[in-house]
Design a protein around this ligand. Structure first.
Ligand code: 6GU
Length: 236
């Protein structure tokens, strides 16, 4: 997977993508990341990329020209017309399902907005997908782009090194994770559930499944209902 991020804050993208599991995946060449500074594509002698909104109002609007020149440069480098994801609270809400769809692409371009927005005309010209990460307002699209790259990258083969695939945990099965314990067997007056010390693999598997169901019903009744409906189809 190769990511290109069009942004006014390339350092923020670099910092996020050099750390922990994603940093390792990048070193190992399992993912590639190129943060591209939109400001490098302005023709303005003061490197200005924004201007006042037509019609008035607060804040500044990112001009179409530097964004389009940046996009053209990326298209030449990629050698085809890529999917371009604009990060905006006006987009479709990101989900595990969308992550599974995006991981099928060879390249993904993210466009991070800032200020009051980006000139609509360049969006109409280049954007293929509008995505939001949830119903709250952030100062820019960089953190959402990092969130999406994290969720997508862990689905790339070889990025998670432990034997288990990304498929067995929360959401893939439609349920939340069961609780985990490690040594010691008792702490803070609380014991590890007996079954986990029993060595009965089938009993452990059933206990964990029950815990996932209970936890999902209590904490995410919305997810639980979707899971239950899906399961009724398989077990009539
Ligand atoms: Cl993608 N951008 C901004 N600025 N705020 C958001 C968002 C995106 N998703 C949720 N809030």
């Amino acid at each position: 997977m190769k990511y290109y991020v069009m942004t006014l804050f390339p350092d923020l993208i670099e910092a996020g993508m050099n750390t922990s599991i994603l940093g390792r995946a990048r070193k190992e060449g399992k993912i590639e990341v190129k943060a591209v500074d939109i400001r490098d594509y302005t023709l303005d002698k003061h490197r200005k990329v924004d201007d006042y909104p037509y019609g008035g109002g607060a804040g500044m609007v990112v001009e179409a020209e530097p964004v389009y020149r940046c996009y053209e440069s990326l298209c030449s480098e990629i050698g085809k017309t890529p999917r371009v994801v604009c990060l905006t609270p006006q987009g479709e809400v990101f989900s595990q399902k969308l992550a599974q769809e995006f991981v099928r692409e060879e390249e993904l371009v993210f466009l991070c907005g800032h200020y009051e927005g980006i000139d609509e005309r360049v969006l109409e010209e280049i954007v293929t997908d509008y995505v939001s990460i949830g119903d709250y307002v952030l100062t820019g699209g960089e953190l959402p782009a990092l969130v999406m790259m994290d969720a997508i990258s862990r689905l790339v083969p070889g990025v998670l090194n432990n034997g288990e695939s990304a498929g067995e945990e929360s959401f893939s099965a439609g349920l939340l994770e069961y609780p985990q314990y490690t040594r010691p067997p008792e702490i803070l007056g609380r014991k590890v559930p007996e079954v986990l010390l029993s060595g009965h693999h089938e009993k452990i598997r059933k206990w964990r499944q029950e815990q996932s169901e209970i936890r999902t019903r209590e904490r995410r009744p919305d997810l639980y209902e979707s899971w239950r409906k899906e399961n009724l189809l398989f077990k009539p």
